[in-house]
Design a protein around this ligand. Structure first.
Ligand code: SF4
Length: 472
């Protein structure tokens, strides 16, 4: 029985409800009256139900699809303005006991070099990331209770927050580790993590069990209920995602939105972020063997429809995607991207071929962070290293209250300007510095609130004089 408020995976992600929604959307994909009424509701920018959003995803009327794309961009602007938050993944260890068939870290892969960083190595890796200009990281590890126990993760977080090197600082550590217990989530919360991210991979239980044939991850219910345990453990912000390509994309899209509805229904706080990874080639993984792989047209439509359905969420696209695709989805609601990423263990401090061999997937956008910064600015965005909300306690329900009133951009915009300025002072190439200074001059004048505008100008001068870490 479908029940968004239930704490049981198979009730809040109901297979019957998904199948009924797929049928409804298929029957109504050309129903212009219904599509118009859904678009009217979507124009209020308060979100849509999974069924309504699925009809838009299925919609085959070109002119209506254009409206969908435009609306997705408008919603992103209204909620988050023109800032794009930038981060990098940090792989601590690729030891893993699971048997996931789409990931080269699966335990049966005997030829991938296994590596787990020591605290000294983590320090070097983080200094290399700081020297690129990063302030926000997403920690990644395989699941391995012996090699990567929770104590190792906690110690690593402590190491990362404590590193003092020139003007660098990692100010927010998001964590993407395997589903765990309420007790361990409490420990992660106490360690001061930002968002806890866990990809569902697929919402289809049968496929899930086939794709995860062995290891603790095989347990669909335990994995699907992880966000509930995280919330019960006091984690304020959680990030959802599926690996598109594993199952029928419409099925995944519906499951993802139902998961968001469930979190809203039970905790009053939907997903802080939604990621949209697509399956990529890797060590012993050939994406062509996955018959559900999706092309760019479907991918961009999914991004636009998620933005419309869950307007408040941060939407993340990684360097799995090419520059070209990233450019397309930036115009459809994406609000966070990674840049200059390495998906290998130790790949930042030691970018050798050997390190690359331990990578989780092939990176498509291989540009440096500086190139990515330049590119974003040339497209009219303000790249941001902001981490202010979580450090100011604007998290969970408090964050959502501001965000849903479409007020968060009043913080995001000046904070993006200030963190961009830090980047220009400390890390940028001459070319990026020139583009950035020009952009800052224009963007400061766009700040609507006169007090914040004056304060921002004051802080910018202080940054030029060597001070750091101003925020609203
Ligand atoms: S102000 Fe908050 S929401 Fe905006 S970029 Fe900074 S941390 Fe993110």
């Amino acid at each position: 029985m479908y029940s968004p408020k239930s704490l049981k995976a198979e009730e809040f992600i109901s297979n019957e409800e998904i199948l009924a929604s797929l049928d409804y959307a298929e029957k109504n994909k050309s129903n212009i009256e219904l599509i118009n009424s859904i678009l009217d509701k979507a124009n209020e920018m308060k979100g849509l139900s999974h069924r309504e959003a699925l009809v838009l995803l299925a919609c085959d009327i070109d002119e209506k699809n254009e409206e969908i794309y435009k609306l997705a961009n408008d919603i992103k602007q209204k909620y988050y303005g023109n800032r794009i938050v930038t981060f990098a993944p940090l792989y601590l260890s690729n030891y893993c006991v699971n048997g996931c068939v789409y990931c080269p870290y699966h335990y049966k892969n005997k030829h991938i070099p296994r590596k787990k960083m020591t605290q000294e190595e983590i320090e070097k890796e983080v200094i290399a990331l700081q020297d690129l200009g990063h302030k926000r990281l997403a920690l990644e590890t395989g699941e391995d209770p012996v090699n990567n126990p929770i104590e190792y993760i906690l110690e690593s977080i402590k190491t990362i927050y404590n590193i003092k090197h020139k003007n660098g600082a990692i100010r927010r550590v998001n964590v993407n580790i395997a589903a765990t217990t309420v007790e361990n989530y409490k420990k992660l919360h106490d360690a001061g993590i930002g968002t806890y991210i866990l990809f569902q991979e697929t919402y289809n239980k049968e496929s899930y069990e086939q794709l995860h044939p062995t290891g603790p991850k095989h347990n669909y219910d335990y994995h699907t209920e992880a966000m509930d345990r995280a919330m019960q453990g006091g984690i304020d912000d959680v990030g959802l995602g599926v690996l598109f390509g594993l199952e029928n994309y419409k099925y995944e899209f519906t499951g993802l939105l139902m998961h968001a509805e469930h979190l809203e229904a039970v905790y009053g706080v939907g997903p802080h972020t939604i990621s949209v990874p697509r399956i990529r080639p890797a060590d012993d993984i050939d994406p062509n063997s996955f018959i559900n792989a999706i092309d760019d047209n479907i991918f961009t439509k999914i991004v636009a429809c998620i933005r419309i359905a869950v307007p408040y969420t941060g939407m993340i696209v990684s360097t799995r995607e090419s520059q070209e695709t990233r450019e397309k989805v930036l115009k459809l609601g994406v609000s966070q991207i990674s840049g200059g990423s390495k998906t290998s263990v130790g790949g930042y401090a030691n970018p050798s071929e050997e390190a690359e061999e331990s990578a989780q997937f092939d990176v498509t956008d291989r540009r440096s962070l500086d190139d990515v910064m330049n590119w974003l600015m040339e497209l009219g965005y303000v790249p941001s290293f902001c981490t202010a909300c979580y450090r100011a306690g604007r998290v969970g329900a408090d964050f959502m209250k501001i965000c849903k009133k479409q007020q968060i951009h009043n913080f995001c915009h000046p904070n993006a300007i200030l963190t961009l300025k830090e980047y220009l002072e400390d890390y940028a190439s001459e070319k990026t510095k020139k583009t950035g200074e020009k952009l800052i001059q224009t963007e400061v004048e766009n700040i609507e609130n006169p007090t914040i505008k004056e304060k921002t100008k004051e802080y910018l001068k202080e940054i030029e004089n060597g001070k750091r870490d101003f925020k609203f």
